[in-house]
Write a protein that binds this ligand. Sequence first.
Ligand SMILES: [Zn+2]
Length: 429
Amino acid sequence: MSLLIKGASVLGAEPTDVYVDGGVIREIGTVSATADEVVAASGLVLLPGLVDLHTHLRQPGREDAETVASGAAAAAAGGYTAVLAMANTSPVTDTAEAAVSVWELGREAGLADVFPVGAVTKGLAGEELAELALMNRSRAGVTVFSDDGRCVSDPRVMRRALEYVKAFGGVISQHSQDPSLAPYGSACCHEGELSGRLGLPGWPGVAEEVIVARDVMLARHTGSRVHVAHASTAGTVEVLRWAKAQAEKDGSWAVTAEVTPHHLLLTTDLLAGYDPTFKVNPPLRPAEDVEALRAALADGTIDAVATDHAPHARQDKEHAFVDAAFGMLGLEEALSVVSTVMVSSGLLDWAGVARVMSTTPARIAGLEGHGRPVAVGEPANLALVDPAATYVVDRDRSLSLSRNNPWHDRKLTGRVVSTYLRGKQTYAG
Ligand SMILES: [Zn+2]
């Protein structure tokens, strides 16, 4: 099966043709060969397939909210060819067997490569380390570990985890939330004037920042790698900026960070109507934080965009605000949000989008077949984007099984029109 993409702008550069055969890019330039399928891509931008470091697929345990297959379909619709599936399923992905099971479900679906994230601690309880090395040595090849949804809050446990994964080049992705400053489950609104007025339990930015500060010191001490999941405050950006400057001097420890599309665009005042769609952890922050996160993504202080795609069944989300589940959908509109926020404003060009949504996330997770340059000899994991397309998001058109979509009714610019996994089309818009 051969594929010829005609006149696409690779990473926003001059239009060219890309010829794919056997799942591999064979030729780039003016291609005269004929192909089984020819795609007219004039005016479209061609990116390497996107890589999501932070996806919740809910299988096993909550297949009514999402399955590996439905989540992979939503990922393909968003231009993703690889997603990392978080460990807080039921049961938790804390054994090699559980990790392999998720990985196999992804292979069966065939719509995106699904890489399980392993839990850091057994049952996400924060006490005993999970089977980190066994998960790494399994067929699933787990490299990223996270208790996401919970913070590895005991510094001794975090230190051990960092020491442990160092041996095989793994990374701990930390959900930074000091539970004594922002209690799990109850803290649900950025602590400030609005949380007081609405009578909602506050989630102060400092509850994130103290954990990020502690963890970068532990990463330095152990010479290991920590990844900050869903950075949400200007204070976190300051800590990251300091940490990266130190790491550059030392050359022996590493800190990376991600930001979600929703923290790049939505602000805490959306909570004024008590709509549980906007309840997320960490919470939406004020405009100053959003500005700082955008600037940090543009200058490389924040390395990657990750969706924190968190599908929820209707019966878990449609409650009074304080009782509703945390989280929002993210896979299908992530590229559009980044395009709208970062490209339209000139903060990133398309090469920059490829960097923060594909190349760097793949490097952080140690994925070899993803986040590669669009070049001859590379696997044909590709996303075609119409940079000029403007559309209004309709939550009912989602491929996710859930509908908790914060972008519903919002106008976005830039849209994925096709996705290819090793040359095979996995989404056609
Ligand atoms: Zn989290």
